[in-house]
Write a protein of this length. Structure first.
Length: 510
């Protein structure tokens, strides 16, 4: 009888544990939109429903993600030495064999004495940026952190008779440069001190380590990649491929196992050596044959840091968030998976030398307001130069947006979208609301003139309406046929008297 009671007790405890775990999971439809490009690339072999043992980050982590709203995405790597334009590592694919070989040797002279992690994080903290994403490793394969993994095979692009695989033994990291400092560690330490959330970007493919051929637009092709591109996720795009090297045979199972082991070890390093990491920004994807190993990597990462938010690229609905890139969705997304739009401030995510290419603080503000009204977050993309310094115009643009947020931030941070299509009225009005749904914020993207009319919301009777940054309550009225009309005083018709520029926030209870 005692034995039966013990079994019953254990069953009850196990059931309660499962219930508690289920309650800690985010609610809703945590699925990528069917229109997402990276979902389309992997949907044939990444199962739609994650395996039963998989856990997303907790509901608390999802809430914290949705509260952030505004961050910065930083691309820095060998492409910053080369001055690659217009797109980070991508020009490597179009280089000649001689240029590729020279590019891969650039690390031997890199010594960015202008880099100062404390300065970077002070800039971000002072200007309202709640998180930063940093390229721990981009597609070029160069690690910006102190990895203990070793590259064992690479391409000698200028070998006699043409490119050839050769054995090697190096980390191919920032620690093998004259600089010899762990950039990721310095950034994470500085961010932790200021409460800035951390997102470490990590490219799944690697164009330096030949074990990773031919994944992710690799310039090294194999017979299998051309005959059966579906096995490798997707064949490289011809116009991006440039000068390629075709190996005589495909990677052996042992080589592919070594590839996935190094990939997993590097991600393990990032989640064990740098304290709490809030997000991991995976990019690109592997193929069908490697998905089981990739899935095991994802399960391992979740054990290391259960609340880390994983970007969905390459892992489908195992991801916790996704990233529209270079465009703003036209409306609210048809999924409960949270999203972070990424868009460069200049012409690309890496360093932009031309001051005229930066879009301005007003662009940041209006894009941020539009995205937040739709329920998303916004990462503005910038990159430092080879010495580790941001362009003065980029800094100025961040200051402009930061000044606006000091006045209007309460209508941005930790807000939620209004229900249905009520996130906007016309082209120039956007709305957010407090999480308790008591307070509504209306943002006019242009100065409304002598009065502002709102048709979709009525302030609570007798409650004040405020222009954020202006202390005096505004006069307002409501009628069923005209809606809410907010009168703006004469002194504010002079733009020098207004509390801010770019967009104007109005606050009231409903």
């Amino acid at each position: 009888m005692k034995h039966a009671s013990l079994i019953f007790y254990l069953i009850v405890v196990a059931g309660l544990c499962r219930l508690a775990a289920a309650q800690d999971q985010p609610a809703g439809n945590i699925r990528l939109p069917a229109s997402d490009f990276h979902w389309k690339m992997t949907k044939d072999y990444v199962e739609t429903n994650p395996v039963p043992e998989y856990r997303h980050a907790s509901a608390e982590a999802f809430e914290a993600f949705k509260d952030m709203k505004y961050g910065v995405r930083i691309h820095w790597g060998l492409y910053s030495i080369a001055g690659n334009k217009p797109r980070e590592s991508w020009p490597f694919l179009a280089m000649s064999f001689e240029q590729k070989q020279a590019y891969q040797e650039l690390y031997k002279t890199w010594n960015p004495q202008g880099f100062n992690a404390e300065e970077w994080m002070s800039l971000f903290a002072d200007n309202g940026l709640k998180m930063f994403a940093f390229t721990a490793k981009h597609h070029e394969g160069f690690s910006m952190f102190d990895t203990q993994t070793r590259v064992k095979s690479r391409v000698n692009w200028t070998a006699p008779g043409g490119p050839a695989l050769e054995d090697c033994d190096l980390a191919y990291s920032i620690m093998e440069t004259p600089f010899h400092r762990d950039v990721v560690k310095e950034l994470c330490d500085a961010a932790h001190k200021r409460g800035i959330k951390i997102d470490l970007y990590f490219s799944n493919p690697d164009w330096y380590d030949a074990d990773f051929r031919p994944y992710g637009y690799s310039p090294v092709l194999t017979p299998g990649a051309t005959a059966h591109p579906g096995l490798y996720g997707r064949a490289p795009v011809t116009e991006q491929r440039g000068s390629i090297y075709m190996t005589a045979s495909d990677p052996t199972p042992d080589v592919e196992a070594r590839m996935m082991a190094r990939h997993r070890q590097q991600l393990t390093e990032l989640l064990t050596h740098y304290g709490k990491i809030d997000m991991v920004c995976l990019d690109n994807w592997f193929g069908k044959e490697n998905w089981p190993a990739m899935r095991e990597t994802v399960l391992d990462l979740r054990k290391l840091q259960p609340d880390v938010m994983l970007r969905a690229r390459g892992i489908g609905n195992y991801g916790d968030y996704y990233t529209p890139e270079g465009f703003t969705p036209g409306g609210k997304e048809n999924t409960d998976m949270p999203w972070f739009e990424i868009f460069p401030l200049g012409s690309s995510f890496s360093y932009e030398a031309d001051a005229g290419k930066y879009k301005g603080g007003g662009w940041i503000v209006k894009t941020l307001v539009d995205i937040v009204a739709k329920g998303g977050n916004f990462m503005v993309g910038i990159g430092p130069n080879r010495d580790g310094k941001f362009h003065p115009t980029a800094i100025e643009n961040l200051h402009e947006a930061g000044a606006w947020l000091k006045i209007n931030g309460e209508g941005i941070y930790a807000t939620r979208p209004r229900e249905g299509d009520l996130w906007k009225e016309g082209n120039n009005l956007r709305f957010t609301r407090s999480k308790d749904q008591r307070t509504v914020y209306a943002f006019s993207l242009v100065w409304p003139g002598t009065n502002l009319t709102l048709h979709s919301v009525q302030p609570k009777a007798g409650s004040p309406v405020f222009l954020l940054g202006y202390k005096t309550p505004l006069t307002w009225s409501y009628a069923a046929d005209t809606g809410t009309v907010i009168q703006l005083p004469a002194e504010l018709q002079n733009e020098t008297n207004r509390p801010c520029k770019f967009a104007y926030g109005f606050k009231f209870e409903q």
